[in-house]
Each structure stands twice: as structure tokens, then as C-alpha cells.
Design a protein. Structure first.
Length: 536
């Protein structure tokens, strides 16, 4: 799934500082950690059923009525939650090592279990006598560590779903709203120990509440009013907090074209998002989901199903039906960075702690390895770079002298001047030659075959950013584009490159302003892949 952060601008669309700040995040982390993490599934859940337990959530398969749900079945008993070794500083240290700029913690998941001692629900850390005698406050520790490491705070805190309040406490709709709004006030009020909050993440809905959101009769008649009032409260308490996704400030789309026709920014209803359009009057930095840490046993293939919470139990001979298959290796994360940030977006990767509150040691090692590889390749080293280049759309907008072999070409458009580049190519000149040759071809959209033309040639294969050909390119640069040259400059068959140039082929029509028809690049640079694992 790919997401777009919707922000209003006029024509041409010129981002504000906050919009550029969002894009500069580049890598952010989702952290699923809640009472769900502590659940130990019975044998029947290890085969043929979904082992990612959605605690207390109506419409999702529950678990057996046993000691883990004693007194609150089908919800998990709060006392099974005991992350006795939790170290939020270690969380942030590992996240920072991977380059994460924001971490989004499941402060209150769909079941309603709160990771702070809320006065508006009895279900949370304060109900777990096993964890610090009921005096635990994970959010307070989380925020203190995030500030120490310079990482922005995000919470998954969905006011639409709270299984404990609807199924166990059985509160009425009016009380439900008061409690949910009370929890938001605890988190967002000025001076709260749980802020400032950069973002709230909701599993919103497009038009009507899904069947699992409430018991029959809950808010079905005034659902829209409830959401409007909830978003208004968030704006009142913390105007700078981004709300995502779906019915918040987020639209669904693909690619690195950031403009469309609406809805208006911060309108709290993205259900009518229009497709990306070059003539659009609204600006949207991209957000693309990256890989989830829990992957296949080889570190590079997807696990089935997806595991958001940490589930380490082995199940020999039945990988697809078991809650553990392995975790991603550094190479997969590196490719995920190229395929998301390299498409002009923000990579969002899920990395979950274990039940004892620690991050798995092997996962931490991978986070350090992947972060170092990304940093060494794209930030510490370059094989040639120019910055702050402006020129009319045409050949040679930027020319860089190659100082050695390279595997990637990074281009960044200066979006403070608008999104102008509608298509591009990159050329190179060999040492000792004056001829320019293609290094990254322009995107050629496939032409539809004529009706009943069986002899029409097949459409050209889409160009890919990644070495394996996945993640087809679009023709825009956006915040950042990472291209792979079609001619090798190192290894077998390498050519010695003297210069590389960026060519603008087309200006985006909506910003083809006679007063400023130039293309503006923030950066154009060449990078050798610096990684500890074998490369092809």
C-alpha cells in the first residue's frame, strides 16, 4: 500500500517548510507492541488460522478461553503483559542506527489496551500488576528516549476501535466518545508528558464504519459527526500533529508525482482523494510502506501471513501457517530503501519488540548493518556531486565529474521551487570520448495496441529502479530519485566514466511558468554501493 500526505497549495504548488520536513524524514518505523505481543497461542492457532491476534476485536477470530483471557475473554488479561526488560533507549538507539526519523508506537491498539495509565479506561499497563506493580508507563519512557535520540513521536491511537470498552465494559455510545476523547486529551494537551506528537495513526474508513468497529448500534447514526468532532479536538489540542491515514490527511496513490485536485489539506476527510494530476492544485509528499522485519527464513522472501506483532514460535514443516518464519536481512532493507526513498517517498518499516520489551538481538544487528550500508552508500561517500543547479529544461541541467565507479545516481529536485520535471534521462561520457551515451533512459509509457491488431508489437517492459527490475519508474523526480545505471561502471564489463549529466525532457505543464521556466535541482550525485554482503 502506498500513501500520500495531502497538503494544499496554489499553482504552482510550492511546499511549505513543514511539508519538506515530512519528506526529509525519508525513513520511519512502525512499532507494534501491546498486550498482543505477550499472547502465547494454543496449538490450533499455529496451524491453519491467523496467528496475528487482534485482541478484543469483533469479527476477527478470537483465542481459546484459558488463563490468558481469564476474566475478560475474548480479550487478553492485562496481567500477561510484563515487558520486564524493556529498554526504550535501546529501541531508539537501534532505530537511529537504521536512520529512522520517526517511530510510531501502538499506544492503544484495536483491543483498547493502553500503554500509559489512562484515567479513561481500566484496561492498560496500570491493570497489569505483573508489570511494575501496575505503575508502568511505557509512553512516558518512549517519549523520553525519542527526545534523547532526536526521533519524532508517532502513536497508533485509534478512536474508532476499542474492543474492551465495547465488549467488556459495554459502555454506551455517549460514554464511549467521552472516554476516547479523554484519552486523546491526555496524549495531546499542551504540557502532556506524552508529546509533542508528530503524528497520530488511525485505521480510518472511507465512508461507513466497518462491522468490527462497534457492536450493533454503536455510533452508526452519528459516525460522521463523531469523526468530525474527534478531528476537531485533535486540531484544537495539537494543530501541528499529522493525522493518517484514509480519513485524515492522507490519500492513496502511487509514484512520485505529488499534485492532485483534492481534497483540501487538513480537511480530515481524504475519502474523496482524486488521482495524481500534473494540473492538480494540492501538494502531497509520498509515503510508501517498506518491508516488515518479520520475513521469510532466507531474509528476503515474504512471510505468510504478515506478522505485525513479534511472534517467535516455531512450527516445523508448516511455515505458511506458523507465527514465525524469520526476519529480513540487511540486504532486503537496503533494497527497500532504494525502492521507496528512491521513488521520492518515505519508507515506513515495521519493527516490533519482543514480549520482554527488548528488541531481538539479531534484528538489532541487522538494523545496524543496514543503516550503515545506507549511510555509507548514500551519505558518507560519493563518486561525484553537484548541488543547487538551475537551468532551462534540456540537456545538461547538471553535469558531474565522475571520480570513480558508481552503482547509483541520486537526483533531488528543489521542491521549494515547485515540481517541474515531467520526464528525464541521464547520459554519460566515457573517458577520452566526446560522445554522450544513455545511462538512464527516459520513461516511455506503453502505447495501447490498436483494436483487433494482433500483429501489434508488445509494449516495452517498464523501467525499474532496483537491480532486480522491480518497482517500475515513473517519470518524475520528486523529493529524491535513486536510479541504477544501465551501463556498469564497476565489475565485469565496466566502462570508465568521465562525466554524467542530467537531462530534462519535459516540464510539468502546471508549473511551466513563463516567469521561471528553469529546472531546479538540489542535488545530483553518483554513489558506489558500500555494503558488507556479496553484491551481483
Amino acid at each position: 500500500m502506498l500513501l500520500l500526505f495531502c497538503l494544499a497549495l496554489g499553482k504552482p504548488p510550492l511546499p511549505t517548510a513543514r511539508q519538506l520536513d515530512f519528506m526529509e524524514l525519508e525513513t520511519i518505523q512502525f512499532m507494534h507492541f501491546n498486550v498482543n505481543t505477550a499472547w502465547k497461542p494454543s496449538a490450533d492457532f499455529l496451524h491453519g488460522r491467523n496467528p496475528t491476534y487482534h485482541n478484543c476485536e469483533p469479527g476477527v477470530s478470537g483465542t481459546s478461553n484459558d488463563s490468558q483471557t481469564e476474566g475478560v475473554w475474548p480479550c487478553l488479561n492485562a496481567n500477561i503483559f510484563n515487558p520486564a526488560k524493556i529498554d526504550t533507549d535501546a529501541w531508539m538507539e537501534a532505530s537511529a542506527a537504521l536512520g529512522m526519523k520517526e517511530v510510531c508506537l501502538t499506544a492503544k491498539h484495536a483491543g483498547g489496551f493502553a500503554l500509559w495509565p489512562s484515567n479513561h479506561t481500566p484496561y492498560g499497563v496500570h491493570a497489569s500488576m505483573a508489570f511494575r506493580g501496575g505503575k508502568g508507563d511505557i509512553l512516558r519512557d518512549f517519549v523520553a528516549s525519542a527526545k534523547k535520540w532526536g526521533i519524532a513521536v508517532c502513536y497508533y491511537l485509534n478512536p474508532l476501535t476499542d474492543g474492551y470498552l465495547t465488549q467488556i465494559a459495554a459502555v454506551g455510545a455517549e460514554e464511549y466518545i467521552a472516554r476516547e476523547h479523554g484519552m486523546l486529551r491526555e496524549i495531546l494537551a499542551p504540557g502532556s508528558p506524552y508529546g509533542p506528537v508528530n503524528r497520530l495513526w488511525f485505521d480510518g474508513v472511507l465512508q461507513a464504519p466497518p462491522p468490527y468497529a462497534f457492536r450493533p448500534g454503536y455510533l452508526n447514526d452519528n459516525y460522521t459527526d463523531y469523526y468530525d468532532a474527534t478531528f476537531a479536538l485533535i486540531r484544537e489540542l495539537s494543530p501541528a500533529t499529522l493525522i493518517s491515514p484514509l480519513r485524515g490527511d492522507v490519500c492513496n496513490s502511487i509514484g512520485s508525482l505529488y499534485t492532485n485536485d483534492g481534497p483540501a489539506a487538513n480537511g480530515t476527510n481524504a475519502s474523496t482523494c482524486s488521482p495524481p494530476s500534473e494540473t492538480g492544485q494540492f501538494f502531497h509528499p509520498n509515503e510508501l510502506h517498506g518491508v516488515t522485519m518479520q520475513e521469510g527464513p532466507d531474509g528476503n522472501s515474504d512471510a505468510v501471513p504478515t506478522y505485525w506483532f513479534w511472534h517467535p514460535w516455531a512450527c516445523a514443516g508448516n511455515v505458511s501457517g506458523c507465527p514465525w518464519a524469520g526476519h529480513a536481512n540487511a540486504s532486503r532493507i537496503f533494497d527497500g530503501y532504494v525502492g521507496t526513498v528512491g521513488h521520492g517517498g518515505v519508507m515506513n518499516m515495521n519493527i516490533a519488540p519482543q514480549a520482554d520489551g527488548t528488541l531481538n538481538a539479531s534484528v538489532v544487528a541487522v538494523m545496524h548493518e543496514a543503516g550503515k550500508a545506507i549511510n555509507d552508500t548514500f551519505h558518507l561517500n560519493d563518486a561525484g556531486m553537484v548541488r543547487g543547479t538551475s537551468a532551462p529544461c534540456g540537456a545538461g541541467v547538471a553535469v558531474v565529474n565522475a571520480t570513480g565507479p558508481f552503482d547509483f545516481i541520486v537526483t533531488m529536485e528543489d521542491l521549494t521551487r515547485g515540481q517541474r520535471i515531467g520526464n528525464y534521462s541521464i547520459d554519460f561520457r566515457r573517458e577520452g570520448s566526446a560522445e554522450w551515451e544513455v545511462l538512464v533512459p527516459p520513461v516511455q509509457p506503453p502505447k495501447p495496441p490498436k483494436p483487433h491488431d494482433d500483429d501489434a508489437p508488445p509494449s516495452p517492459a517498464p523501467l525499474g529502479d532496483r537491480p532486480d527490475g522491480n518497482d517500475p519508474r515513473d517519470q518524475y523526480i520528486g523529493h529524491k530519485r535513486i536510479d541504477v545505471p544501465v551501463v556498469p561502471t564497476s565489475g565485469a564489463g565496466a566502462v570508465a566514466v568521465a562525466q554524467v549529466r542530467f537531462n530534462c525532457i519535459r516540464l510539468v505543464a502546471s508549473v511551466d511558468d513563463p516567469a521561471d521556466s528553469d529546472v531546479h535541482l538540489r542535488r545530483f550525485s553518483l554513489h558506489k554501493k558500500v555494503v558488507p554482503w556479496a553484491t551481483i
